[in-house]
Design a protein around this ligand. Sequence first.
Ligand SMILES: *Cc1c(COP(=O)(O)O)cnc(C)c1O
Length: 423
Amino acid sequence: MDNEFLACLQRSNGCLRMEALDLETLADRYGTPLYLYSRAEMERAFHALTAAIASREHLVCYAVKANSNIAILSLFAGLGAGFDIVSGGELARVLRAGGNPKKVVFSGVGKTRAEMRQALQAGILCFNVESANELVRLQAVAAEMGLRAPVSVRVNPDVDPKTHPYIATGLTRNKFGIAFPQALEVYRQAKGMQNIQLVGIDFHIGSQITETQPYADAVERLAAMVEALRHERIELSHLDLGGGLGIRYRDEQPITPQQYAAAVLPRLAKLPHKIILEPGRYLVGNAGVLLTRVEHLKRGAQKRFAVVDAAMNDLIRPALYDAYQHVVPVRSRPMPSQNYDIVGPVCESGDFLGLERPLAIEEGDLLAVLGAGAYGFSMSSNYNSRPRAAEVLIDGSEAHIIRQRESVESLFELESIAPLAAK
Ligand SMILES: *Cc1c(COP(=O)(O)O)cnc(C)c1O
């Protein structure tokens, strides 16, 4: 498995390292469970993607929900990225991190009036509108503020992204976007609204997509729609192709940025528009690991369990999506391996990080869960009153703590005991 490691992980003197730092030292310094992110790997992914689409005017809007730590947002802002947000909270993070609001696109089916006001105030690049009613609401909010809201209509191209059903978003049975027949009508309505300015069209068909065909199909439909809009004298300035580029967790053969560009760009050759992408997982997924320590080795009646100090509250992908992520010992041991279910201490049978994994380990050993940079910490919770893990950004031989480990006290800081009347 060692030769499958990503560029940011190597083994030296038997110990796993991220960039120039060994994971044992980092565990001693910061404790476990611990999220580690490689700056080099995030930058490599960003440059690989932008290079593939360099022939077109473009803007890469990092999807904040994949990993929303302000240090990560600041890193991408520094590379010139924009941001794809899905809440007012994410907008506040982007601004706090020094992101440029003029490079922010706002997606999501449930934008509140308050979020619309916040985004109009900040002067974002555009609202990706997901329904006719949202458009009406946005017009009203913008009118109250005496502003014009820049709008892209999120269309639902009805293509199957061939991914886990929970992360497929571009089928008409999904809640996202507007089906093509209605989308044209929504554009006509928007054109007649005083406080709406039509600037784009977008789709996002799903996540962890590993084939080019769904993108090619979606882009073809998008291009036809843009032509139809031109016939009605509706001119746009950008085409937003969403995110969803998959990464390798196990043995997937994800599409490369070059293959992606070769599948989509020729289909847009006749259109002069700026291209926007909204990648999340692709930019951060394989830049992160979750470091955890083996607390107990338990031999059950049928199985062996490695009970570790990270759990589903720290990393929910295995429990939620049945997702596979490699789990590798930080130090290799010269002994035969056994098959273990790697489980956390949370009181749920779904609390596992990996099942039936051959490992040569002893109690106290460190394990690294790979591919944990995306939808790891950002989906974590305090279930079972577990303080959330610390996060560290690795930059060569430097480690920067970018989020302190939570304290137990902070977990009930906002709670109070009700002064119930005596009975
Ligand atoms: C989640 C999301 C993305 C990012 O998806 P990835 O699979 O992480 O690339 C992009 N756009 C929208 C609208 C999203 O909801």
